[in-house]
Write a protein that binds this ligand. Structure first.
Ligand code: LUZ
Ligand code: MOS
Length: 749
């Protein structure tokens, strides 16, 4: 069970805003652009400056280093200087004695602009050549030739909307001056080193002067992979210029307005099948709405390409992805990282083909699942494929045919309610697609009372990574889990860390923690052998805190051994490094083995649509998921359920709306609907795929964070099938989210 559960329930868990305030702490607030594109012609700070309690008003010219926060592409200023590119872009930072003075001061700042043309639509951006970077194409086989061999060729257009992360804890940081010009930052970030590196650049200080500490986050979902940095840097800039602690926490409204979300995509596909329903060719163009600057868009775009064919084998593929620059807040990482968008297009292509042929999509899906001897179109062999076995398990365990029959039977007997059923296979590659990022380290101390402290780069954000690392360390030493404490994540203990992201937090940091624990254990076993005058160290082991020789208990316990080892000057600490083996990707050919492994699974979703009102509910979602050997089943089930419901929200309810001039209209929870208890399927069954283990995962586990979100895609097609059952000629489009409004229109047009 998640280490934090009890503390959460008892209100004891500390989030950034909960750390006791140090005397003299100042508060910060940003003033941001009110237009989506324009030149700044005038910034009038005088009235705000003279307000009592205002300590400092900061603009771009106060930045001592480089005014640059772009991670992948250097195209993003911390504070806008001459031009603004989206509504919510920070221009001025107010530092004052209280939050309410910040608020008053912000009202007194007048900024004037000369407005420029605003683009919000990715296809329009493409036509106007407003791009983040040149288009990128992944290819295999030869699609142009393959069309001739296809019996069926289907084309279409697909839309997916963005998604607000809605982490419970809004973005924020509190920073403190440290000796010798240093700064310590407590930040709600998934990526401490990114915060440290960026502050170093902005303040022109070496990285060793900047300490970042994270205890836990109140959720992140990718929203704090890149975009937590800005707020941490702004608070550090405040400290640098005032020499006082500075706290900057976004209000919910600010967070909704200013920060990036999942990328909306608009896509065109063409799919070709043989007469026996083998998919022979697939061509696709993705128009990614990147927003105003690059942020993580290039990496997200690439993951869309990797997941273009989901869990299927397709011999001829040409996939082109275009990152389109628009005047919206930069879209960013969100659970799945472009993968879900890519999969949805492929599933839509299958679905449209099935509708044209008058068959169920599952007839095409099951014919094309990737097998162990086949290759993904980017060159990686699917050696660990569980696509077929998870489908077959779902078919048998859940009696898939019977479920389909029940739905047809219901639809025959009902006019105003219709049911729809859809199967959704998933396949998600585990590793950062940027190979370099797949590294981690761990620092383990065994204290001389036998208790253990573990530091890694993993950030606990509710996903349970701390519990998994605890279990991995407890298992390695064979000690009671109560003996282990996971320390806060801190850049002075773990340097140069990658973000806790890409579902790989437990894999990378868990493996590093196991390595460090093994180093200490090896020294301890050698010491035990010396103590007992034996030279066959390999016969020594630790089981449940007892030292065994030749599987027989010795008189040494864990605690006794540690105390003796300490007195004998044995090193009881270790720092070890882990880098995922075997992975590489050649970006000149766009081929390689980018992922350590893949996670597979199959879901069956059944929806009931009320054909008078257009509303719907989910009867059930039945899942077979490949957990590898789960480290903690409760945590993993929680991740599957949470991911599924988050995916259902993205596919069915959550609708981001922007005005033509780039203003977010759905900027509160009264206009942006997220899943509630009624949106949750009435039954969620989760079956663990049997006989799966993973040589890359700690204790043979598989990553869990992102893959289950994609089961939510099934909800779209289940609803669409119900609509088509009511009105076979429905013009309902492949446009997510499939909201009740769209359903109602689809039922009657
Ligand atoms: N972040 C990243 C990610 O930088 N690279 C990735 O490949 C990735 N994948 C999923 C989620 N976050
Ligand atoms: Mo992520 S989408 O921060 O793994």
């Amino acid at each position: 069970m998640n280490t934090d559960v009890t503390k959460h329930v008892q209100g004891e868990s500390l989030f950034v805003n909960d750390f006791p305030i140090v005397e003299g702490t100042l508060f910060a607030k940003v003033v941001t652009s009110t237009i989506a594109h324009g030149k700044i012609t005038k910034v009038d700070l005088d009235k705000a400056q003279s307000l009592p309690g205002v300590i400092k008003i900061i603009t771009a010219k106060d930045i001592p280093g480089e005014n640059q926060v772009g991670g992948i592409i250097q195209d993003e200023s911390l504070l806008a200087e001459n031009e603004v590119h989206f509504i919510g872009e920070p221009i001025v930072l107010i530092i004052a004695e209280t939050q309410s003075i910040c608020f008053k001061a912000s009202k007194k700042i007048k900024i004037e602009y000369e407005e420029l043309e605003v683009i919000v639509d990715p296809r329009e951006a493409f036509e106007k050549n407003s791009l983040i970077m040149p288009p990128k194409t992944f290819e295999s086989g030869n699609v142009d030739k393959a069309w001739q061999s296809c019996k069926y060729v289907v084309e279409g257009k697909v839309e997916t909307g963005g998604q607000e992360h809605l982490y419970l804890e809004t973005q924020g940081a509190v920073s403190f001056p440290a000796e010798g010009n240093g700064i310590k930052i407590i930040s709600s970030t998934q990526s401490l080193s990114a915060v440290q590196r960026t502050i170093s650049k902005i303040l022109n200080l070496p990285m060793n002067k900047i300490e970042v500490d994270v205890l836990r986050l109140g959720g992140a979902f990718g929203g704090k992979e890149d975009q937590a940095t800005h707020w941490a840097v702004l608070s550090a800039l405040g400290v640098y210029l005032t020499k006082k602690p500075v706290k900057l926490i976004l209000s919910r409204h600010e967070d909704l307005d200013f920060t990036g979300k999942r990328h909306p995509y608009s896509s065109d596909f063409k799919i070709g099948l043989t007469k026996d329903l083998r998919i022979l060719a697939y061509e696709v163009t993705y128009f990614q709405n990147a927003g105003a600057v690059a942020d993580l868009s290039p990496a997200i775009l690439e993951r869309t390409l990797f997941h273009a064919t989901n869990a299927y084998f397709v011999p001829n593929v040409k996939a082109t992805a275009i990152s389109c620059k628009t005047n919206l807040p930069p879209f960013t990482a969100f659970r799945g990282f472009g993968g879900p968008q890519g999969k949805f297009v492929f599933e839509s292509a299958i679905h449209k083909t099935a509708v044209n042929l008058g068959i169920d999509a599952s007839q095409i899906q099951k014919m094309n699942l990737i097998t162990e001897n086949e290759h993904f179109y980017y060159g990686q062999k699917a050696e660990d494929s569980k696509a077929v076995v998870s489908w077959k398990t779902a078919q048998n365990k859940y009696k898939m045919q019977k479920l389909f029959d029940e739905v047809s039977e219901f639809n025959k007997n009902n006019k105003l309610y219709k049911k729809g059923i859809a199967v959704m296979p998933i396949c998600f590659g585990i590793s950062f697609t940027n190979t370099m990022l797949n590294q981690a380290s761990a620092l383990v101390h065994v204290y001389n009372d036998g208790s253990i402290g573990v530091s890694t780069a993993a950030v606990e954000m509710g996903q349970g990574v701390n519990e998994k690392i605890k279990l991995a360390v407890a298992n390695t030493f064979s000690v009671n889990i109560e003996k282990i404490k996971i320390e806060s994540t801190n850049t002075t203990r773990i340097a140069n860390a990658s973000a806790t992201a890409a579902s790989s937090g437990a894999d990378l940091n868990g493996n590093a923690a196991i390595k460090a624990s093994r180093s200490i254990k090896q020294r301890l076993l050698k010491f035990a052998a010396d103590e007992l005058n034996k030279n066959d160290i390999e016969k020594f082991s630790i089981v449940n805190e007892i030292i065994l020789y030749d599987n027989q208990p010795t008189n040494l316990t864990w605690k006794g051994l540690i105390q003796k080892a300490y007195l004998n000057r044995i090193n009881l600490s270790a720092h070890e490094f882990y880098a995922t083996p075997e992975i590489y990707f050649d970006r000149t050919k766009n081929k390689g083995r980018p992922f350590a492994y893949h996670v597979y699974g199959t879901s069956i979703t059944c929806a009931t649509v009320d054909c008078v009102r257009g509303i719907y509910e989910f009867d059930y979602v039945k899942i077979v998921h490949d957990f590898g050997k789960s480290i903690d089943e409760k945590i993993d089930i929680g991740q599957v359920e949470g991911g599924l419901v988050q995916g259902i929200g993205w596919m069915t309810l959550e609708e981001l709306k922007y005005s033509k001039n780039g203003k977010l209209l759905s900027n509160s929870l009264s206009t942006y609907k997220i899943p509630d208890i009624y949106s949750v399927p009435k039954n969620i069954d989760i079956e663990f795929l049997e006989d799966s283990e993973n040589r890359f995962g700690p204790l043979k586990s598989k990553a869990i964070g992102e893959p289950p979100l994609m089961y939510g895609i099934g909800s779209f097609f289940a609803i669409m099938n119900a609509v088509k059952s009511f009105n076979p000629k429905s013009k309902i489009e492949y446009s997510a989210p499939i909201t009740p409004e769209k359903v109602l229109l689809g039922l009657y047009n």
